[in-house]
Design a protein around this ligand. Structure first.
Ligand code: GRG
Length: 298
Protein backbone atom coordinates (compact mmCIF):
# COMPACT_ATOMS: atom_id res chain seq x y z
CA UNK A 1 0.00 0.00 0.00
CA UNK A 2 2.74 2.47 1.06
CA UNK A 3 4.71 1.47 -2.01
CA UNK A 4 1.67 2.02 -4.30
CA UNK A 5 1.45 5.49 -2.87
CA UNK A 6 5.14 6.11 -3.63
CA UNK A 7 4.80 4.88 -7.21
CA UNK A 8 1.87 7.25 -7.70
CA UNK A 9 3.81 10.16 -6.22
CA UNK A 10 6.86 9.36 -8.33
CA UNK A 11 4.84 9.11 -11.56
CA UNK A 12 2.96 12.34 -10.84
CA UNK A 13 6.20 14.16 -9.98
CA UNK A 14 7.92 12.90 -13.13
CA UNK A 15 4.93 14.05 -15.20
CA UNK A 16 4.90 17.43 -13.47
CA UNK A 17 8.64 17.82 -14.18
CA UNK A 18 8.06 16.92 -17.83
CA UNK A 19 5.29 19.56 -18.12
CA UNK A 20 7.44 22.22 -16.48
CA UNK A 21 10.44 21.45 -18.67
CA UNK A 22 8.17 21.58 -21.69
CA UNK A 23 7.08 25.10 -20.69
CA UNK A 24 10.50 26.38 -19.65
CA UNK A 25 12.43 25.22 -22.70
CA UNK A 26 12.45 27.52 -25.73
CA UNK A 27 9.88 26.88 -28.42
CA UNK A 28 11.33 24.89 -31.32
CA UNK A 29 9.41 27.11 -33.77
CA UNK A 30 11.47 30.10 -32.67
CA UNK A 31 14.89 30.93 -34.15
CA UNK A 32 17.48 29.50 -33.82
CA UNK A 33 15.20 26.55 -34.54
CA UNK A 34 17.78 23.78 -34.70
CA UNK A 35 19.30 24.71 -31.33
CA UNK A 36 15.89 24.92 -29.67
CA UNK A 37 14.74 21.66 -31.23
CA UNK A 38 17.93 19.91 -30.06
CA UNK A 39 17.54 21.29 -26.51
CA UNK A 40 14.02 19.84 -26.42
CA UNK A 41 15.12 16.56 -28.05
CA UNK A 42 17.80 16.05 -25.39
CA UNK A 43 15.74 17.10 -22.38
CA UNK A 44 12.18 15.91 -22.95
CA UNK A 45 10.71 12.42 -22.84
CA UNK A 46 13.51 10.54 -21.24
CA UNK A 47 15.40 9.97 -18.07
CA UNK A 48 14.31 8.92 -14.63
CA UNK A 49 14.29 12.50 -13.32
CA UNK A 50 16.07 11.35 -10.15
CA UNK A 51 17.40 14.82 -9.34
CA UNK A 52 14.01 16.58 -9.67
CA UNK A 53 12.44 13.79 -7.57
CA UNK A 54 15.04 14.40 -4.86
CA UNK A 55 14.43 18.15 -4.98
CA UNK A 56 10.66 17.65 -4.61
CA UNK A 57 11.15 15.15 -1.77
CA UNK A 58 13.48 17.57 0.06
CA UNK A 59 10.93 20.32 -0.59
CA UNK A 60 8.26 18.19 1.13
CA UNK A 61 10.54 17.86 4.15
CA UNK A 62 10.56 21.64 4.61
CA UNK A 63 6.98 22.43 3.50
CA UNK A 64 8.12 24.26 0.37
CA UNK A 65 5.87 25.63 -2.37
CA UNK A 66 5.65 23.09 -5.19
CA UNK A 67 5.93 25.88 -7.79
CA UNK A 68 9.25 27.08 -6.38
CA UNK A 69 10.63 23.55 -6.09
CA UNK A 70 9.48 22.88 -9.65
CA UNK A 71 11.61 25.72 -10.96
CA UNK A 72 14.77 24.66 -9.12
CA UNK A 73 14.14 20.99 -9.98
CA UNK A 74 14.10 21.91 -13.69
CA UNK A 75 17.26 23.98 -13.31
CA UNK A 76 19.08 20.98 -11.82
CA UNK A 77 17.73 18.64 -14.52
CA UNK A 78 18.95 21.05 -17.22
CA UNK A 79 22.46 20.97 -15.76
CA UNK A 80 22.24 17.17 -15.71
CA UNK A 81 21.09 16.98 -19.34
CA UNK A 82 23.85 19.39 -20.42
CA UNK A 83 26.40 17.08 -18.74
CA UNK A 84 24.99 14.02 -20.52
CA UNK A 85 25.01 15.75 -23.93
CA UNK A 86 28.64 16.86 -23.51
CA UNK A 87 29.71 13.54 -21.95
CA UNK A 88 28.39 11.65 -25.00
CA UNK A 89 30.42 13.72 -27.47
CA UNK A 90 33.36 12.17 -29.37
CA UNK A 91 35.88 14.24 -27.38
CA UNK A 92 34.61 12.68 -24.14
CA UNK A 93 32.86 9.30 -23.77
CA UNK A 94 31.89 9.10 -27.45
CA UNK A 95 28.52 7.34 -27.21
CA UNK A 96 25.68 6.96 -29.68
CA UNK A 97 22.79 6.01 -27.40
CA UNK A 98 21.27 7.95 -24.53
CA UNK A 99 17.84 7.53 -22.94
CA UNK A 100 17.02 4.97 -25.60
CA UNK A 101 17.61 7.28 -28.56
CA UNK A 102 20.55 8.57 -30.61
CA UNK A 103 22.74 10.98 -28.65
CA UNK A 104 22.44 14.69 -29.42
CA UNK A 105 25.60 14.94 -31.56
CA UNK A 106 24.48 11.90 -33.57
CA UNK A 107 20.93 13.19 -34.11
CA UNK A 108 22.26 16.71 -34.90
CA UNK A 109 26.02 17.43 -35.00
CA UNK A 110 28.92 18.18 -32.65
CA UNK A 111 28.55 21.95 -32.79
CA UNK A 112 24.85 21.73 -31.97
CA UNK A 113 25.52 19.33 -29.07
CA UNK A 114 28.11 21.73 -27.68
CA UNK A 115 25.66 24.62 -27.90
CA UNK A 116 22.81 22.56 -26.42
CA UNK A 117 24.95 21.95 -23.33
CA UNK A 118 25.98 25.59 -23.10
CA UNK A 119 22.42 26.86 -23.57
CA UNK A 120 20.91 24.42 -21.04
CA UNK A 121 23.51 25.38 -18.47
CA UNK A 122 22.88 29.10 -18.82
CA UNK A 123 19.09 28.60 -18.89
CA UNK A 124 19.39 26.71 -15.59
CA UNK A 125 21.08 29.70 -13.96
CA UNK A 126 18.60 32.13 -15.53
CA UNK A 127 15.79 30.13 -13.88
CA UNK A 128 17.51 30.15 -10.51
CA UNK A 129 18.27 33.88 -10.70
CA UNK A 130 14.66 34.83 -11.51
CA UNK A 131 12.82 35.87 -8.30
CA UNK A 132 11.01 32.99 -6.59
CA UNK A 133 7.85 34.09 -4.71
CA UNK A 134 8.36 34.14 -0.93
CA UNK A 135 12.10 33.49 -1.10
CA UNK A 136 14.41 36.38 -0.28
CA UNK A 137 17.24 37.48 -2.55
CA UNK A 138 19.97 36.33 -0.15
CA UNK A 139 18.58 32.82 -0.12
CA UNK A 140 18.30 32.77 -3.89
CA UNK A 141 21.91 33.84 -4.11
CA UNK A 142 22.77 30.84 -1.92
CA UNK A 143 20.84 28.66 -4.39
CA UNK A 144 22.76 30.06 -7.37
CA UNK A 145 26.06 29.52 -5.55
CA UNK A 146 25.07 25.98 -4.51
CA UNK A 147 24.31 24.97 -8.09
CA UNK A 148 27.41 26.71 -9.48
CA UNK A 149 29.71 24.99 -6.98
CA UNK A 150 28.12 21.61 -7.65
CA UNK A 151 28.45 21.98 -11.43
CA UNK A 152 31.87 23.53 -11.79
CA UNK A 153 35.54 22.73 -11.26
CA UNK A 154 35.01 21.64 -7.66
CA UNK A 155 32.00 19.51 -8.62
CA UNK A 156 30.72 17.82 -11.75
CA UNK A 157 33.11 19.35 -14.32
CA UNK A 158 36.08 18.68 -12.05
CA UNK A 159 34.94 15.10 -11.50
CA UNK A 160 34.60 14.63 -15.24
CA UNK A 161 38.17 15.91 -15.72
CA UNK A 162 39.43 13.32 -13.21
CA UNK A 163 37.32 10.63 -14.91
CA UNK A 164 38.84 11.40 -18.32
CA UNK A 165 42.34 11.38 -16.86
CA UNK A 166 41.74 8.06 -15.09
CA UNK A 167 41.23 5.83 -18.11
CA UNK A 168 43.46 2.79 -17.78
CA UNK A 169 44.27 3.50 -14.14
CA UNK A 170 43.06 1.57 -11.11
CA UNK A 171 42.21 4.20 -8.51
CA UNK A 172 42.17 3.24 -4.85
CA UNK A 173 38.93 3.65 -2.92
CA UNK A 174 39.56 7.20 -1.58
CA UNK A 175 40.51 8.40 -5.07
CA UNK A 176 37.46 6.73 -6.65
CA UNK A 177 35.21 8.24 -4.00
CA UNK A 178 36.75 11.69 -4.52
CA UNK A 179 36.08 11.48 -8.27
CA UNK A 180 32.51 10.21 -7.98
CA UNK A 181 31.48 12.58 -5.20
CA UNK A 182 32.40 15.36 -7.62
CA UNK A 183 31.24 13.90 -10.95
CA UNK A 184 27.89 12.42 -9.93
CA UNK A 185 27.44 13.10 -6.22
CA UNK A 186 27.74 16.89 -6.29
CA UNK A 187 24.68 17.49 -8.48
CA UNK A 188 22.58 14.93 -6.59
CA UNK A 189 23.57 16.64 -3.35
CA UNK A 190 22.68 20.04 -4.85
CA UNK A 191 19.21 18.76 -5.84
CA UNK A 192 18.50 17.86 -2.21
CA UNK A 193 19.96 21.07 -0.78
CA UNK A 194 18.16 23.31 -3.28
CA UNK A 195 14.83 21.60 -2.58
CA UNK A 196 15.40 22.19 1.12
CA UNK A 197 16.31 25.85 0.53
CA UNK A 198 12.79 26.41 -0.83
CA UNK A 199 11.13 25.92 2.57
CA UNK A 200 11.49 26.49 6.32
CA UNK A 201 14.96 27.25 7.67
CA UNK A 202 16.58 24.09 9.01
CA UNK A 203 18.58 23.95 12.24
CA UNK A 204 22.33 23.34 11.96
CA UNK A 205 21.81 19.73 13.05
CA UNK A 206 19.05 19.21 10.47
CA UNK A 207 21.21 20.75 7.74
CA UNK A 208 24.14 18.52 8.65
CA UNK A 209 21.91 15.43 8.59
CA UNK A 210 20.28 16.29 5.28
CA UNK A 211 23.67 17.04 3.75
CA UNK A 212 25.03 13.72 4.99
CA UNK A 213 22.03 11.92 3.50
CA UNK A 214 22.55 13.73 0.17
CA UNK A 215 26.26 12.89 -0.01
CA UNK A 216 25.80 9.21 0.87
CA UNK A 217 22.88 8.67 -1.49
CA UNK A 218 24.77 10.47 -4.28
CA UNK A 219 27.65 8.06 -3.92
CA UNK A 220 25.30 5.06 -3.59
CA UNK A 221 23.70 6.14 -6.89
CA UNK A 222 27.11 5.93 -8.59
CA UNK A 223 27.98 2.55 -7.05
CA UNK A 224 24.65 1.18 -8.32
CA UNK A 225 25.42 2.74 -11.71
CA UNK A 226 28.73 0.84 -11.81
CA UNK A 227 26.93 -2.40 -10.95
CA UNK A 228 24.24 -1.81 -13.59
CA UNK A 229 26.87 -1.11 -16.24
CA UNK A 230 27.99 -4.73 -15.71
CA UNK A 231 24.69 -6.47 -14.97
CA UNK A 232 22.05 -4.72 -17.10
CA UNK A 233 21.67 -4.77 -20.87
CA UNK A 234 21.70 -1.87 -23.31
CA UNK A 235 17.95 -2.04 -24.02
CA UNK A 236 17.09 -1.80 -20.33
CA UNK A 237 19.60 0.97 -19.61
CA UNK A 238 18.78 3.02 -22.71
CA UNK A 239 22.52 3.64 -22.99
CA UNK A 240 25.41 1.38 -23.98
CA UNK A 241 26.00 -1.28 -21.31
CA UNK A 242 29.49 -2.51 -20.43
CA UNK A 243 31.08 0.82 -21.35
CA UNK A 244 33.16 1.16 -18.19
CA UNK A 245 35.05 -2.06 -18.83
CA UNK A 246 35.28 -1.42 -22.58
CA UNK A 247 36.78 2.01 -21.87
CA UNK A 248 39.04 0.67 -19.12
CA UNK A 249 37.49 2.99 -16.51
CA UNK A 250 38.08 2.52 -12.81
CA UNK A 251 34.77 1.62 -11.08
CA UNK A 252 33.58 0.20 -7.79
CA UNK A 253 33.12 -3.14 -9.55
CA UNK A 254 36.67 -3.17 -10.92
CA UNK A 255 37.98 -2.10 -7.51
CA UNK A 256 36.10 -4.45 -5.20
CA UNK A 257 34.13 -6.92 -7.36
CA UNK A 258 30.38 -7.15 -7.97
CA UNK A 259 29.28 -8.61 -4.69
CA UNK A 260 31.36 -6.22 -2.55
CA UNK A 261 30.21 -3.25 -4.63
CA UNK A 262 26.59 -4.22 -3.91
CA UNK A 263 27.38 -4.53 -0.20
CA UNK A 264 29.06 -1.13 -0.28
CA UNK A 265 25.97 0.45 -1.90
CA UNK A 266 23.87 -1.08 0.89
CA UNK A 267 26.23 0.33 3.57
CA UNK A 268 25.98 3.81 2.03
CA UNK A 269 22.18 3.47 1.91
CA UNK A 270 22.00 2.44 5.59
CA UNK A 271 24.17 5.40 6.54
CA UNK A 272 22.02 7.77 4.46
CA UNK A 273 18.82 6.45 6.04
CA UNK A 274 20.21 6.75 9.57
CA UNK A 275 20.88 10.45 8.97
CA UNK A 276 17.18 11.00 8.20
CA UNK A 277 15.85 9.19 11.27
CA UNK A 278 15.13 12.28 13.43
CA UNK A 279 13.00 13.84 10.67
CA UNK A 280 10.40 11.09 11.09
CA UNK A 281 7.53 11.13 8.60
CA UNK A 282 8.62 14.42 7.05
CA UNK A 283 11.40 12.46 5.35
CA UNK A 284 9.17 9.67 4.00
CA UNK A 285 9.62 10.62 0.34
CA UNK A 286 13.38 10.97 0.67
CA UNK A 287 13.56 7.54 2.32
CA UNK A 288 11.41 6.02 -0.41
CA UNK A 289 13.62 7.60 -3.06
CA UNK A 290 16.69 6.16 -1.36
CA UNK A 291 15.00 2.74 -1.60
CA UNK A 292 14.35 3.34 -5.29
CA UNK A 293 17.93 4.49 -5.98
CA UNK A 294 19.41 1.41 -4.37
CA UNK A 295 17.00 -1.07 -5.98
CA UNK A 296 16.71 0.49 -9.47
CA UNK A 297 17.25 -1.70 -12.50
CA UNK A 298 18.16 1.09 -15.00
C1 GRG B 1 30.49 16.92 -19.32
C2 GRG B 1 30.82 18.52 -17.41
C3 GRG B 1 30.47 17.19 -17.88
C4 GRG B 1 30.14 16.25 -16.98
C5 GRG B 1 29.68 14.92 -17.32
C6 GRG B 1 27.40 13.20 -15.30
C7 GRG B 1 28.57 13.07 -16.19
C8 GRG B 1 29.61 14.11 -16.07
C9 GRG B 1 28.68 12.09 -17.10
C10 GRG B 1 27.66 11.07 -17.33
C11 GRG B 1 28.32 9.74 -17.44
C12 GRG B 1 27.80 8.79 -16.46
C13 GRG B 1 27.21 7.57 -17.01
C14 GRG B 1 27.89 9.01 -15.15
C15 GRG B 1 27.41 8.03 -14.16
C16 GRG B 1 26.24 8.43 -13.36
C17 GRG B 1 25.25 9.17 -14.12
C18 GRG B 1 25.27 10.62 -13.98
C19 GRG B 1 24.37 8.51 -14.87
C20 GRG B 1 23.30 9.15 -15.63
O1 GRG B 1 22.33 9.66 -14.77
P1 GRG B 1 20.88 9.04 -14.69
O2 GRG B 1 20.96 7.55 -14.51
O3 GRG B 1 20.36 9.37 -16.16
O4 GRG B 1 20.09 9.80 -13.66
P2 GRG B 1 18.89 9.69 -16.68
O5 GRG B 1 18.99 9.50 -18.16
O6 GRG B 1 17.91 8.74 -16.02
O7 GRG B 1 18.61 11.12 -16.31
Amino acid sequence: MANDNFVQWMTATQQNTECLLEQLLPDSGRAPQQLHEAMRYSTLQGGKRVRPLLAFAAGELVGASAANVGRIACAVEMIHVYSLVHDDMPCMDDDVLRRGKPTCHVAYDDATALLVGDALQTLAFELLATPLPGIDAARQLTMVRTLATASGHAGMAGGQAIDLASVGLQLDQPALEFMHCMKTGALIRAAVLLGALCGRTLSDDENTRLDHFAKRIGLAFQVVDDVLDVEADTATLGKTAGKDQANDKPTYVSLMGLSEAKDFARTLYDDAMAALAPFGEQATRLKQLADYIIARSF
